[in-house]
Design a protein around this ligand. Structure first.
Ligand code: R5P
Length: 293
């Protein structure tokens, strides 16, 4: 087996290779001035199982094309099997036709991956209406979660935590991690009006006395969801917050906006950025081992 990190996940891929004690190979990947991608494998992949690790953020569309070109090329060069590890998989939230004429993006991305890859592993995919990756992937798919890392961080660093999930589906992260460490949790309700505008509600009365608020979600994009949640929590007298998300997408200055309202932000290195203090590489390495890859 050889492990190859694409543009967005080279550091992570090297860590996975080290943990598994398998060869890490470099892929020469460059973008031409007009935006087209150029790829060249540096080692032979003929007859080998090739693990490509690529987060689909930042530069989400470039990242997807780079990965598809890399897997198609690996096959063309005689790879026995191509396994994609997508620490962050994009387009998962557009999973139905909300308005007539819309593209169902997650199905199209899955179809591209089905066509070029033999097996896929995704860390904390945003599965909303679909319960499992197998609903839209035909190839073998595995869902991994960073929840144990989040639980361990909170247990070690935060006294009397109250875990707050900002919308009903965040229970998969907020409630699940709270249960792992025996902490309290509360799940709020959210109404989304657009990609940027959301309204967050408390469905129940919450007691924050003596508690440290820890907001837990799968991803932070514009930060709108967490900022609205923090506005409510401030009304209850809380001043400082920790926000922990798996995927730190941070569009439109989201990180700075959160820090400005007194939030310490921690994410996982499914997307490489300065807040990515939690390392998913042991979980990916273990999954590859367990699957006999
Ligand atoms: C959506 O349901 C997700 O779980 C996140 O809450 C959401 O994508 C975060 O987006 P934003 O930071 O733009 O509010």
């Amino acid at each position: 087996m050889i492990i190859i990190g694409l543009s967005n996940s080279r550091n992570l891929a090297k860590k996975v290779a080290q943990k598994l004690k398998v060869k890490y190979s470099r892929l020469d990947s460059q973008f031409f001035p007009d935006g087209e991608v150029y790829l060249r494998f540096k080692d032979s992949v003929r007859g080998k199982k090739v693990v490509l690790i690529q987060s689909m953020q930042p530069k989400t569309n470039d990242a997807l094309i780079e990965m598809l070109f890399a897997s198609a090329t690996a096959k063309d060069l005689g790879a026995k099997k191509v396994i994609l590890v997508a620490p962050y998989l994009n387009y998962m939230r557009q999973d139905k036709r909300f308005k007539p004429g819309e593209c169902i993006s997650n199905e199209i991305v899955a179809k591209f991956i089905d066509d070029y890859v033999d097996q896929v592993m995704v860390v904390d995919p945003h599965l909303h209406r679909d319960k499992s990756l197998s609903v839209f992937f035909k190839i073998k798919s595995t869902k991994l979660t960073a929840n144990p890392l989040i639980a361990k961080y909170i247990k070690k660093n935060i006294k009397n935590p109250l875990l707050i999930g900002p919308d009903w589906e965040s229970y998969k992260w907020a409630r699940a991690t709270a249960e792992m460490i025996g902490a309290e949790s509360v799940i709020l309700k959210k109404k989304r009006y657009s990609g940027r505008r959301v309204k967050v509600y408390f469905g129940e009365k919450i007691d924050v006395k003596g508690k440290n608020a820890v907001l837990v979600d799968d991803m932070i994009s514009t930060g709108g969801t967490l900022l609205r949640t923090i506005e409510h929590l401030k009304k209850l007298g809380l001043k400082k917050f920790t926000a922990i998300a798996v995927h730190g997408v941070f569009s439109e200055g989201a990180l700075q906006k959160l820090q400005k309202v007194g939030t310490k932000v921690i994410t996982v290195n499914t997307i490489e950025n300065p807040t990515a203090k939690l390392d998913i590489s042991p979980i990916i390495a273990e999954a590859l081992k367990q699957k006999g890859l």
